[in-house]
Design a protein around this ligand. Structure first.
Ligand code: AMP
Length: 303
């Protein structure tokens, strides 16, 4: 099962109560690719970076099994840059800087070999680019998953609503679900958002786990693993989405039962991401370590 990933590949700067980073590699598609390739090898990336990017990281992606043919490098231009600052609880953050740079006029060119993917993960990007990506596919995928954030709800709501009509699964956090639906109750919010297009909605609640709404008005909840050390939640949402779609692609399923297991995989994967700054931890974990975390989830969830 082929899995196409699109999203930002970027530089981030992160401030947390435990410290700050300088410019480090980040971006939604970076986290997604690292997470998916731990579970599944047929993964293709479509993204854009400037000539200032860290190309050792691109080598890491390749070594992990991502086909980077669709990664464009723009000569004389700068990579996307995002600077975020976490509050004391680490569950909420402020965006201090968003410099779109190469993302400002990104034309998502999809290599010929990737125009008929089985699964598509539209990572955080402008909804217009997410739509163009879908328009350029020459066959309807089995499953399209979309992740987005409040930034795009604030500046491109109409474009977001248009692309939502074409996706199967939407992943957003609780605050964004309330903003998009205008409802405080997450159950009501899920009903409103599912009527916008995505048959399945995942609402991420940070250290409080994730809710899955789908099927015939079914709800499933997966907790987050209580961790001793949380250094940096950046990318946890993308890692979660990557684990979710990577698991589904690896088993070739799209039904609600499989999605329940997929959010456990997503949550287990995200639990690694937050333990170190940036992509470092995620890039180093093995399948055995993931299996250990999955067993911890099983214990945490059973009575
Ligand atoms: P997450 O913590 O899962 O919400 O994702 C954080 C990642 O999203 C960071 O690595 C950023 O580079 C990336 N990001 C932040 N804002 C945007 C945006 N407006 N468009 C695309 N990617 C973004």
């Amino acid at each position: 099962m082929s899995l196409l990933v699109i999203g930002s590949v970027a530089f981030d700067a992160i401030d947390t109560p435990f410290g700050s980073t300088g410019k480090i590699v980040g971006g939604a598609a970076s986290y997604i690719s690292l997470a998916t390739t731990l579970l599944h090898k047929q993964v293709g990336l479509v993204a854009v970076v400037g000539e200032d990017f860290d190309f050792d990281f691109v080598d890491t992606l390749k070594q992990r099994g991502t086909d980077t043919t669709g990664l464009q490098v723009k000569a004389g231009e700068k990579s996307f840059f995002w600077h975020g600052k976490y509050h004391m609880d680490m569950n909420s953050r402020d965006t201090l800087v968003t410099e779109l740079n190469v993302l400002g006029n990104f034309d998502p060119i999809i290599p010929k070999t990737w125009q008929q993917p089985d699964y598509v993960m539209l990572g955080n990007l402008s909804p217009q680019v997410q739509m163009t990506t879908l328009d350029r596919l020459t066959r309807k995928p089995k499953l399209v998953v979309l992740d987005t954030m409040n930034f795009w709800m604030d500046i491109a709501l109409d474009d977001l609503r248009a692309v939502l009509k074409k996706v199967d699964v939407l992943t957003i956090n609780d605050e964004e679900a309330r903003q998009l639906s205008g409802e405080y109750s997450l159950v009501k919010a899920a009903r409103v958002i599912r009527a916008m297009g995505p048959n399945t909605l995942i609402i991420k609640k940070g250290e409080h786990g994730a809710l899955l709404f789908g099927g015939n008005d079914e709800i499933f909840f997966c907790p987050a693993l209580p961790l001793e050390d949380v250094f940096d939640p950046t990318g946890a949402g993308d890692t979660f989405a990557g684990g979710f779609v990577g698991y589904l692609a690896s088993v070739g399923r799209t039904d609600f039962e499989a999605m329940k297991m997929a959010i456990v995989y997503g949550s287990a994967m995200a639990s690694f991401c937050v333990e170190q700054f940036g992509t470092t931890k995620l890039a180093s974990i093995t399948r055995e370590e993931l299996n250990g975390r999955l067993a911890q989830f099983k214990a945490l969830m059973s009575v």
